[in-house]
Design a protein around this ligand. Structure first.
Ligand SMILES: *[C@@H]1O[C@H](CO)[C@@H](O)[C@H](O)[C@H]1NC(C)=O
Ligand SMILES: *[C@@H]1O[C@H](CO)[C@@H](O)[C@H](O)[C@H]1NC(C)=O
Ligand SMILES: *[C@@H]1O[C@H](CO)[C@@H](O)[C@H](O)[C@H]1NC(C)=O
Ligand SMILES: *[C@@H]1O[C@H](CO)[C@@H](O)[C@H](O)[C@H]1NC(C)=O
Length: 286
């Protein structure tokens, strides 16, 4: 009896070890205006683990309303969040972390031009509200399209994103906070100190088809994505080459954009084979 229990425990132990794949994590942005976030759960390695470790809902927008920065979800984004039990929870149960990305909204206000720590903290509460309300694993920031300086708004400043990150880390001590390394928010962070940069969990290269690690003080190689590919735009040979460089240079993240609907196991399998030394299967989900 004891022997049997031991045998079962040993077997379970081995199975869970096998499922914890080795190597860099793979991140997928999904343009949810036209694609399903479920796509991230449909690529499985031979050992049963997921190709994609982080699924990013792309994207919410920062708007400006009645003199306040507001977190705006378009109807496609909001529909996923409203159905979190069916759209987000099952991914998490499969071991995939689900993040919501915030993009500028063309209002002149963005994460890089808060005028004070107080204004940044008020918006951090709105970001945290999204995470708590919809049971997300965290938030991602993409500082494009804010149109800083328009509509009478101030230009970007060096302190804004740091103020925001400090406040957000207090709101979300254990959640993932990630940065697509672009725009003034990223620029000022790279010129700042390790205490502030280290409040992020990960940051990645925004230029698809290239290999260029973010230079953010406070982040280690394991927290950086140097390789970035666009699944529908980067040649598969380039995707494989960037996967090889990721391994050779010891970076912890491989970034992909936009995991569109349908069976793309030829392409996904090509880079996953390099990253994980295993074949990929396109599987039904849920
Ligand atoms: C803008 O402000 C109004 C009034 O406070 C509120 O009803 C509305 O929901 C806000 N819109 C957004 C996108 O936050
Ligand atoms: C994210 O980073 C924070 C700050 O370093 C850390 O406390 C937290 O454990 C990290 N979260 C995850 C899920 O890695
Ligand atoms: C890092 O920057 C923050 C925010 O500007 C500041 O409060 C802190 O004192 C700085 N830390 C160091 C070690 O310079
Ligand atoms: C997905 O595509 C691959 C490669 O074209 C093919 O071998 C496989 O059978 C397809 N899987 C499904 C479930 O359609």
């Amino acid at each position: 009896m004891h022997f049997l229990r031991l045998a079962i425990l040993t077997l379970v132990g081995h199975l869970s070890m096998v499922l914890a794949k080795k190597g860099p994590i793979t991140v997928a942005y999904v343009e949810v205006n036209s694609n399903s976030i479920d796509n991230t759960a449909r690529y499985q390695l031979a050992d049963g683990s997921n190709v994609f470790d982080i699924a990013i809902i792309f994207a919410s927008n920062l708007h400006y309303n009645n003199s306040h920065a507001t977190w705006y979800n378009n109807p496609n984004v909001q529909a996923i969040l409203d159905k979190a039990a069916a759209e987000i929870k099952p991914l998490q149960q499969k071991g995939i972390k689900v993040l919501l990305s915030l993009l500028g909204g063309g209002t002149g206000k963005g994460i890089a031009n808060f005028a004070s720590a107080k204004e940044a903290a008020a918006f951090a509460k709105k970001a945290a509200y999204q995470v708590h309300t919809y049971g997300l694993d965290g938030v991602d920031f993409d500082d494009e399209y804010a149109d800083y300086g328009s509509n009478g708004m101030p230009p970007a400043n060096a302190q804004s994103f740091g103020w925001f990150l400090e406040a957000l880390r207090k709101e979300l001590p254990d959640k993932l906070i990630t940065l697509y390394n672009i725009g003034p928010a990223a620029q000022y962070l790279s010129e700042g100190n390790a205490t502030v940069g280290g409040m992020l969990n990960y940051s990645w290269n925004p230029y698809y088809g290239s290999f260029s690690p973010p230079a953010i003080p406070g982040l280690k190689k394991k927290q950086l994505g140097a390789a970035a590919i666009a699944i529908e735009g980067t040649a598969v040979d380039t995707a494989k080459k960037l996967a090889t460089e990721t391994l050779q240079q010891g970076y912890g993240v491989y970034l992909t954009y936009n995991l569109a609907n349908g069976n793309q196991s030829d392409y996904v399998g090509a880079f996953a084979q390099v990253l994980y030394g295993q074949s990929t299967k396109y599987v039904p989900f849920p």
